[in-house]
Ligand binder design. Sequence first.
Ligand code: PBG
Length: 334
Amino acid sequence: MNCSCMKISEMRQRPRRNRKSASIRAMVQETRLSLDQLIYPLFLVEEENAIIPIVSMPGINRWGIETMLKEITECVDLGITNFILFPAVDDAKKDTYASYSLDKDNFYLSAARRIKASFPEITLISDVAMDPYSSDGHDGLVINGEIVNDETLPILCAMAVAQAEAGFDLVGPSDMMDGRVGAIRDALDDAGYTQIGIMAYTAKYASAFYGPFRDALDSAPKLGDKKSYQMNPANVRESLIEAELDEMEGADFLMVKPALCYLDVIHVLKSNSNLPIAAYNVSGEYAMLKAAAERGWIDYKRAMPEMLLSIARAGADVILTYFAKEYAQSISES
Ligand code: PBG
């Protein structure tokens, strides 16, 4: 067959040459993923020896502090160095003001102390938001059916200071209230915690992909949705407004959440900020792949690292992912 567009002899560029062997492919690989970049989310319950599977997140459990210490040991042995901790709080302890979050001896803060005492070298990240402790299930304070902004800030500040006191290395405000990064930065500095960083959930979208997480924490909003504070999935330029504010207010990391449907947002933030960019590969993204794998509809062993690599390729320096442990296992096997 004759090719009319170009004679064979004129074809000087042959991209396939750089794909011809495993060693050449590896040499020219543009994106590499290291365990150092991953953060493994862990769910904590009060009962100290608990191991409670999360049905919509196969392979992920809620742990008590005793079982969690063992889980962290396994992860550290596999090379994971960063963890983010979320509490699943009994309904009986929830109230309008999320008061339990400020109780210095609550099981979340006590666990952080134990974890940091056993593993001083790891980076432990907190969750700053009212929803795990709120009887309304919202990230901010609800007054007369409205999620109020400014009245929420002192609660978030007190929560962040309590977490710094308990030994968290970074606090992670996931609430999307306006001005919370600056308010938390001031509160931490005033309390002497100038070295505790803020991983800001900068562009957090009102996403359907948080469903399994809300099952895990039993933290779904009792009334309404989170659209008056989390971002509209249709918007990307708005993420730059959030990024500029978080940067000005003193954030140490900017986060995009979820990750896979928002790779363009990750790319835009990476191109517009010199701060490290984190991406949260959320519960629904994990659940989708697990469900397809369970049915034999997808090759999990290949699809999982492909997902993580795509998030890194889009520009994420850091990835929060429920796949972290299995990814670490797959590396240590190969
Ligand atoms: C809420 C919070 C959510 C997640 C982390 N922190 C869910 C929400 O906004 O309702 C989701 C994480 C995931 O889905 O993996 N403060």
